[in-house]
Design a binder for this molecule. Structure first.
Ligand SMILES: C[S@@+](CC[C@H](N)C(=O)[O-])C[C@H]1O[C@@H](n2cnc3c(N)ncnc32)[C@H](O)[C@@H]1O
Length: 315
């Protein structure tokens, strides 16, 4: 399954999951509120790579009416945060799930503001930027926040990649699978302790728990494997549940942690350095966009993202 679909089906409102539980706040929200304040009444807003509608909650909060169109290659939905206040907001929502930014099923010149927060850079910009140009009405704006190679997001992603230990992860999954199979063959839970295969699996898991769960220092702990082991240990609460529930737990555990690793790898690989952002800017110029600006936005003292602005000239 698409690693982002797996993530969005958990109901998150942004890429940063539990960190931004109620939608974006701070620098991203400040940036977005400032943009929303420039819009005419009842704008048509397109968010590319929108996830579970990451910019919709702030649009609702701002009191802007109009239309919100969300496009994402992954399977997406409205997060519960996006639904808060939506019926009374007067905003019409159109979602294009499992739809590439390179081919958006909307009419030419139908969008007033095309936007993206950590989304457009995942697409093939040779195709998605012309598509945005096609969709924008004359005078329409394109504004985006894009991953920066030196941002706090990219460095956290790099750290998560370096912490991931595939062999240990697979060793734990394998040990849990063996214990689960032996549990199926052992009518009494009390007898499992004398089952040599289950005991070997339990020792492997204990060893990994010692390796990853004892260090809780925020600077030196392996947060990625800490989270994995914490999730893995939940298996032991399932020893009394039907075999199929345990099998589902194990396959979901493996799938989600591998997908998380894949998402971090993507985040790092799509980040722009100075040269890449200049190339992107040139592409916009070649398409006929005007007033193109690129700058860096910060969260406290840390680089958060590239900020890109461009306008399609009025006819
Ligand atoms: C880092 S997430 C950002 C999601 C959301 N904007 C947010 O800030 O929470 C990147 C999103 O881009 C989507 N994506 C990747 N390639 C895409 C493409 N070609 N077209 C549209 N969306 C794409 C992914 O599925 C994912 O949901």
């Amino acid at each position: 399954m698409n690693p982002w679909s797996l993530f969005w089906r958990q109901g998150h409102s942004t890429t940063f999951g539990d960190y931004f539980k109620q939608g974006y706040t701070g620098a991203v929200d400040d940036w977005w509120q400032a943009k929303l304040a420039t819009l005419p009444t009842e704008p048509v807003v397109l968010e590319v790579g929108c996830g579970n509608c990451s910019l919709l909650p702030a649009m609702v909060k701002s009191g802007v009416k109009g239309t919100y169109i969300g496009v994402d290659l992954a399977s997406i939905r409205l997060s519960s945060v996006s639904e808060q206040g939506l019926p009374e907001s007067g905003i019409k929502v159109v979602l294009h799930s499992e739809t590439p930014a390179e081919k958006v099923p909307e009419a030419d010149a139908s969008v007033g503001l095309a936007t993206s927060v950590f989304g457009i850079e995942y697409s093939d910009t040779d195709k998605s930027l012309p598509e945005i140009h096609r969709l924008l009405e004359p005078g329409g704006q394109f504004c985006a926040l894009l991953h920066h190679t030196d941002s706090v997001v990219t460095s956290m992603s790099r750290r998560a990649i370096s912490e991931y230990n595939k062999d240990d992860l697979e060793g734990v999954i394998n040990a849990i699978s063996i214990i689960s199979t032996e549990r199926d063959n052992t009518p009494s839970l009390a007898d499992l302790g004398s089952n040599p295969k289950a005991e070997k699996g339990r020792k492997t898991i204990n060893r990994m728990a010692d390796k990853y769960l004892t260090n809780t220092d925020i600077n030196t702990a392996n947060a990625t494997m800490f989270e994995f082991m914490t999730d893995a240990l939940k298996f032991f609460k399932m020893m009394g549940t039907p075999a199929q529930d345990r099998r589902l737990f194990i396959s979901s555990l493996a799938e989600e942690h591998k997908a998380s690793h894949e998402r971090f790898k993507q985040m790092v690989s799509v980040a722009f350095d100075d040269a890449a952002i200049e190339t992107l800017k040139s592409k916009l110029d070649e398409l006929g966009f005007k007033q193109t600006t690129v700058s860096v936005i910060y969260s406290k003292d840390d680089i958060l993202a590239w900020e890109l602005n461009a306008r399609k000239p009025s006819a």
